[in-house]
Every structure is written in structure tokens, then in C-alpha cells.
Design a protein around this ligand. Structure first.
Ligand code: KG4
Ligand code: ZN
Length: 338
């Protein structure tokens, strides 16, 4: 506690970012340090789990040091240590959890185990002065495409998910196929800016009644259409493929998210996760929200991708209700939301 405020150290190592942050009262970011491994994994075209955990081991302590220094606090000022318990890469999660447990044990502080997808949602609590329940949240990341209905801090229900690839995963796979590099989302977004989304027609959304999504068929359609065009000697611009693919993914996400908002009769829609950094997605959702009278909340792009400030923010509400983890808690690569 410092100046009457609850200070939480957040730690995030679920995938390929080693991150630590200090957040006051679940709202004010005092520091937010992210050490990205993108350059290391780029040469493999994707995250290599074994390499990721080794890099977390090497980077986590210096990253925590930087976060404390950046916040101008010492370990003794902290009220709790929060860490991502899952879902994510098991070896990577274990590194964060081990360090968080050691700190909590030595400092005699409560340990707070945070769900990674919930943490993404809480990026919005950092970015906006007021977030009112109930809301629907769409978390679109490299591993998840989750639609969540939340009525309170302790009641988050998963109402839809991807049946196959996550949206970010589809971006990454299509980018790799097109030779655009890793991570695929930003690479496709850059190419799409010079593309015509109607020049490379892809199958449109096949709407089913539920809130689940599917991107694997779309990815296959891109590959099939591309090969077909090559065989026929048609000239296809990568920019057009990127624009068409991006537009179709966003259309699918938009349909499902707004259908959920209507079905659950909520006034507010939250977006979160790495794919929510996509400029086209942000614009489309903003336009649609305005047309439908829905309040749309989005974190700034730096809080969309993996970071530890969102972990500390989510942990604050667990802190308030005394939801602490024992030091025996284990990492869970497939941790369910509720
Ligand atoms: O949330 P996140 O940082 O990590 C996970 O929890 O997975 O999301 C990473 C995903 C990657 O698939 C990446 O390609 C995608 O988010 N992404 C984007 C953009 N920036 C990151 N996808 C589309 N457009 C972007 N600008
Ligand atoms: Zn994430």
C-alpha cells in the first residue's frame, strides 16, 4: 500500500511476451513493461514453446525490476502478486507462476491467479473511467475467439468460442502462406491497406444460430483460391488477398458479437485481445456500434496485445473479494473461464 492505494504487481508469461506491471487500485498503470520475443520466433514462423519458456526464464527477473523501478515502488510497497495461471503454453506459464509464488512467499503477500482471457477483458477497465455491467466482451487473440457475457466481476460466462482456429491464428497462418512473416495480424493489416477487399472473393459468412465462430474453412478457401488462380495464370495481388481475408474475418466477428449483444440485451460491447488492435476491425465495430446504439469500449492497441497491466487490473477485483490462490496452485494450459 502506498498513499492509501492498493498496489498489485502483475506478471504475464502465457505466450511469447515476458511482461510485468504495477497497477494502483486496478485502474492506474504505474508501469507496464513488455519484453517481446517476436524477433526470436520470427525465424521459425511462429512461437516455439521450448524457446519461449527459456527466454521467459532469462527475462522475467529483469522485467520485474524494470516494472518496479518504472513505478517508483519497492517490493515492500506491494499488496499482492498476480500472475497468469492459464490458458497458454504450459512451460511458459510455469515460469511466471514459479516467480510469482516465490515473491508471494518471501514477501508474505497474497498470490492472485488470473485467467488470461479475463485479463484481456480488464484492459478495458484500465482504458475507460467507467465500465458498467452487464456487457458482452469479444476476446480475439492468437489462441482464442471468445464471446463472454458478464453480469459482475465474479460472473463471466463463455457464450461462444471458435470451433477450430482462433481469429489471430488464422491471420498468422494466412500470413505465413502468403509469405508475409510473423506475427501475421499486423503484416496482413499493412498489406490490406493497399488492397481491394472485393478483388479476391471469398465465401461469405455461413451463419448458424449460435455464437461460435470458425476460421479454418476461410483459411483453406484463401489457399485454394490462391492456388487455383496460379494454375489458371490469373494475376492476383497479395494486397487484395490480405484485404479480402481481413474484411471477411472482421465481418464474421462483427455478426457474432452484435448478435450476442442483441440476444443478451446488453447496452455495452467490449473488445479485447491482440486482433482488437486491427485498425479495420476497430473502424467497422465503431461504425456498427454507432448505427445500433451500442456503447463500444476498446483498449488502445498496446493494451490489446499481451501485457501484465491487464493481469494486475483483473487481479484487483479478485483482491477485493479475497480470491487468493494457495502456493500450491499449478499452471493450467487449458484453464476454463468459469
Ligand atoms: O492477445 P495476443 O497478444 O496473444 C494471445 O493471447 O494470443 O494476440 C496475438 C494475436 C496474434 O495472432 C497476432 O497476429 C494478432 O493477435 N494481432 C493482430 C494484430 N496485432 C496482433 N491481428 C490482426 N491485426 C493486428 N493489427
Ligand atoms: Zn493474450
Amino acid at each position: 500500500m502506498k498513499n492509501g492505494r492498493v498496489l498489485i504487481l502483475g506478471i504475464e508469461t502465457s505466450c511469447d511476451e515476458t511482461a510485468a506491471a504495477v497497477v494502483a487500485d486496478g485502474r492506474e498503470i504505474l508501469s507496464n513493461v513488455v519484453s517481446s520475443q517476436v524477433e526470436i520466433h520470427r525465424r521459425f514462423g511462429g512461437v516455439v514453446p521450448e524457446v519461449a519458456s527459456r527466454k521467459h526464464l532469462e527475462m522475467l527477473n529483469p522485467v520485474i525490476d524494470l516494472a518496479l523501478k518504472g513505478a517508483g515502488v519497492s517490493l515492500g510497497d506491494l499488496d499482492a502478486v498476480a500472475v497468469t495461471q492459464g490458458p497458454g503454453l504450459l512451460g511458459s506459464l510455469l515460469v511466471g507462476l514459479m516467480v510469482a509464488k516465490s515473491l508471494a512467499f518471501v514477501l508474505r503477500l497474497p498470490l492472485i491467479a488470473v485467467h488470461h482471457i479475463r485479463a484481456h477483458v480488464y484492459a478495458n477497465f484500465l482504458a475507460h473511467p467507467r465500465v458498467n455491467f452487464p456487457f458482452v466482451a469479444l476476446v480475439v487473440s492468437g489462441g482464442h475467439t471468445d464471446l463472454i457475457y458478464a453480469t459482475s466481476h465474479s460472473d463471466f460466462r463463455l457464450i461462444g468460442r471458435t470451433k477450430d482456429d482462433a481469429a489471430g491464428e488464422a491471420f498468422d497462418k494466412v500470413a505465413r502462406f502468403l509469405g508475409l512473416g510473423y506475427p501475421g495480424g499486423p503484416a496482413i493489416e499493412r498489406k490490406a491497406r493497399q488492397g481491394d477487399p472485393t478483388a479476391f472473393p471469398l465465401p461469405r459468412l455461413h451463419t448458424s444460430g449460435d455464437f461460435d465462430t470458425s476460421f479454418s474453412g476461410l483459411k483453406t478457401a484463401v489457399i485454394y483460391r490462391w492456388r487455383q488462380a496460379q494454375e489458371r495464370g490469373e494475376k492476383v495481388r497479395v494486397e487484395d488477398v490480405a484485404a479480402s481475408f481481413q474484411a471477411t474475418v472482421v465481418e464474421i466477428l462483427e455478426e457474432k458479437a452484435f448478435a450476442a449483444v442483441r440476444a443478451f440485451k446488453v447496452p455495452t460491447l467490449l473488445l479485447a485481445g491482440g486482433v482488437a488492435a486491427n485498425g479495420h476491425l476497430r473502424e467497422r465495430f465503431a461504425t456498427r456500434a454507432q448505427a445500433e446504439g451500442v456503447k463500444l469500449l476498446l483498449p488502445p492497441p498496446v493494451l490489446c496485445t499481451d501485457n501484465a497491466a491487464m493481469v494486475a487490473a483483473a487481479a484487483y477485483y479478485q483482491f477485493l473479494r479475497g480470491d487468493f490462490a494457495p502456493l500450491t496452485v499449478s499452471a493450467d494450459a487449458g484453464l476454463p473461464l468459469s
